[in-house]
Design a protein around this ligand. Structure first.
Ligand code: AMP
Ligand code: MG
Length: 297
């Protein structure tokens, strides 16, 4: 692991190195959902990691806001500007909504496009599975977020035999070709699986039942899905391994601890944006001359 010194304070790892799925030998079952990989190993962090991560998150979300503004400014000057898309996948109660709420609170709502994917409607069903995905891609200058995605078409669809095996098994290659095309077109994908344990899911389902203000979030169907846990894990294992490519790698974030999850996803997004490196465009006017004109008026 490489540590990059940042100012006089804390050292930060590039979490991408720590959390990326390297297809060879990757086993989802070996990733501890309660783990906190990549936290800096220093005294302050060890003493109270939760507080440290919360403080970091606040700083990182401000940076994300600044990056998004640059992305937008750059796109205004260049219509073929860069786009960034965070894809979130998880088991039910995995924390996708909470992640979006926490990671994006420093970003202008005008600069974020969040799309949630449920079962396809009649029109969507008449098209190829990627049709609705293409339509929801963020325009240049925006941060896109997918709450579920085209991966449902090799997850829930596979577990429930919604299409024959010869159809879903072709989709891994189709997804890889699609994502390579997006990457070539200037869209940077950050694909994150929030990995929770069955015990944590049970806690969260019970918490939803215990709190009347959370009943709306409770879906009795989630209990039926929960019974298929192992089938889902197998489907995730295959999707992660088959579709973690150089153009669009997968990251698995242990997600039983919400504070770690938020910090990790925010850090991954920051590292991604740092690499995209959006820049304010040069003004296409003479700044000094404009200042004189404004002052004269
Ligand atoms: P939620 O995220 O709780 O609103 O639930 C959305 C539901 O839609 C989940 O049960 C997903 O598995 C399901 N879903 C999403 N995409 C698809 C798809 N392509 N085919 C079938 N079900 C889907
Ligand atoms: Mg749900």
């Amino acid at each position: 692991m490489r540590w990059v010194a940042r100012g006089k304070g804390t050292a930060m790892a590039d979490l991408r190195t720590v959390l990326a799925v390297r297809p060879e030998g990757f086993r989802l079952a070996e990733v501890d959902p309660r783990g906190t990989p990549g936290l800096p190993d220093d005294k302050v962090v060890r003493k109270d990691p939760k507080t440290w991560a919360g403080e970091q998150l606040t700083a990182i979300t401000a940076e994300l806001g600044a990056y998004q503004e640059k992305l937008y400014a750059a796109a205004k000057a260049d219509a073929d500007g860069k786009r960034v898309l965070l894809v979130l996948q998880a088991m039910d109660c995995g924390g996708k909504d909470g992640t979006v709420r926490n990671v994006f609170h420093g970003v202008s709502p005008a600069g974020v496009r969040v799309t949630s994917f449920g079962p396809p409607d009649d029109e969507e069903r008449r098209h190829d599975f990627l049709w609705r995905i293409r339509r929801a891609l963020p325009p240049a200058g925006y941060l896109g977020v997918f709450n579920r995605s085209h991966y449902e078409d090799v997850l829930v669809v596979r577990v429930h035999d919604l299409v024959p095996p010869e159809v879903w098994s072709r989709r891994y290659d189709e997804i890889n070709a699609f994502e390579a095309e997006l990457a070539a077109g200037g869209l940077t994908l950050l694909k994150v699986m929030l990995h929770i344990s069955p015990a944590e899911q049970k806690e969260r389902l019970l918490a939803r039942l215990d709190d009347p203000t959370k009943h709306w979030k409770y879906n009795p169907g989630d209990v039926d899905e929960r019974a298929r846990w192992d089938d889902y894990q197998q489907a995730y294992q295959d999707a992660l391994v088959k579709c973690s490519t150089d153009a669009a790698p997968w990251y698995v974030v242990p997600a039983d601890r919400k504070w770690y999850r938020n910090w990790a996803v925010a850090s991954l997004l920051r590292a991604t944006l740092a690499e995209v490196d959006p820049r304010y465009p040069e003004p296409d006017f003479d700044v000094a001359a404009e200042r004189r004109r404004v002052q004269a008026g």
